[in-house]
Design a protein. Structure first.
Length: 131
């Protein structure tokens, strides 16, 4: 039986080091994932009802009744600016967007209504046709 050669010893050492290193990296990555707080907020509690005047515009938010395509996106919640419905949608992370400020997520429907008023700059909110 031939003895162990230098080449076999180095190959075995390299394989052992690679296996140990990969296991260490995987373990530290798993530890980091479990100890880090989740970036996404999955709080799907019903938002509070509001009715206020913001920059001279009446904004309202309340649980929505009825059905329809947009009902599902808003999570059963309706937002109005001067009596016209502002279509809102709740994202998977719990943030909200509206048809007016679609690329600027905010934490609440009230903040979405305020962002829409800011974006409208005094212009009226026109009804959004549902499909």
């Amino acid at each position: 039986m031939p003895g162990i050669t230098r080449r076999r010893a180095l190959t075995a050492a390299a394989a052992l080091a690679a296996t140990t290193g990969a296991a260490t990296v995987a373990a530290s990555h798993a530890s980091a994932l479990t100890s880090r707080p989740s970036a996404a907020r999955h709080d799907h509690t019903a938002p509070e009802t509001f009715d206020e005047v913001y920059k001279g515009r009446r904004i309202q938010g309340r649980p929505a009744g009825g059905g329809g395509h947009h009902h599902e996106h808003g999570g059963g919640y309706a937002v109005f600016v001067d009596g016209v419905q502002l279509h809102v949608m709740r994202n998977a992370d719990g943030s909200w967007i509206s048809v007016v400020s679609h690329y600027d997520p905010v934490p609440t429907p009230r903040a979405a209504a305020r962002a829409a008023v800011d974006e409208l700059q005094g212009a009226p909110l026109l009804p959004f046709p549902a499909n």
